[in-house]
Design a protein around this ligand. Structure first.
Ligand code: FHF
Ligand code: ZN
Length: 187
């Protein structure tokens, strides 16, 4: 089971490396890793398990954060509605690739954090508002999906980890809350 001690923190060079593509058909090892990553996200969002295991709540995880330099991400985005616990997006993605994106940019109004960063870094992280994405799913099938708003932001944060990019690389150090005209702020 993955816990916080498995997650590497900033300063570890693996977080700055470009991760390697996984081979398809997927290996049993890569399938198992994807399952473990998804289990971590679900546990981290379960109030009882998160407290027991002292997990920080997460909506995404990338294999390099486990010191594994492979192009594997997991995303589990809850539906804010407590009556309806269906996640809006829940997937393990192998070799995810942004095929195209909107001209419109977006950022989270609250800024971003990271399981590999044990400090607050204030500021807007400007990303694409919409992305068209291809990836290989947990069953080895090629998928192509369109994402927008919060789901698109989470996936871009994860794909950045595969390319050695941290969220704060996108923050303007002179003016962390400077925004160009037309950027959608997601609250
Ligand atoms: C998180 N946590 O998941 C953040 C960090 C925008 O690479 O967003 O570092 F648990 C992956 C509902 C809403 C339930 C939010 C992408 C952020 C990715 C993980 N928590 C949440 C929740 C959260 C990072 N990460 C602050 C830990
Ligand atoms: Zn992160």
């Amino acid at each position: 089971m993955i816990t916080m001690k498995d997650i590497i923190r900033e300063g570890n060079p693996t977080l700055r490396a470009v991760a390697k593509e996984v081979s398809v058909p997927l290996s049993d090892e890569d399938i198992k890793l994807g399952k473990d990553m998804m289990e971590f996200l679900k546990n981290s969002q379960d109030p009882v398990k998160a407290e027991e295991l002292k997990l920080r709540g997460g909506v995404g995880l990338a294999a390099p954060q486990l010191d594994i330099s492979k192009r594997i991400i997991a995303v589990h985005v809850p539906n804010g509605d407590l009556e309806n616990p269906e996640p809006t997006l829940s997937a393990v993605m192998y070799n995810p690739k942004i095929l195209s994106h909107s001209v419109q940019d977006a950022c989270l109004g609250e800024g971003e954090g990271c399981l590999s960063v044990d400090r607050e870094v204030p500021g807007y992280v400007v990303r694409h508002n919409k992305i068209t994405l291809s990836y290989v799913d947990a069953t080895g099938e090629k998928q192509k999906i369109r994402l927008k708003n919060y789901e698109a932001i989470v996936v871009q944060h994860e794909i950045d980890h595969l390319n050695g990019v941290m969220f704060y690389d996108h923050i303007n150090p002179e003016n962390p809350y400077a925004l160009k005209d037309g950027v959608l702020v997601i609250e």
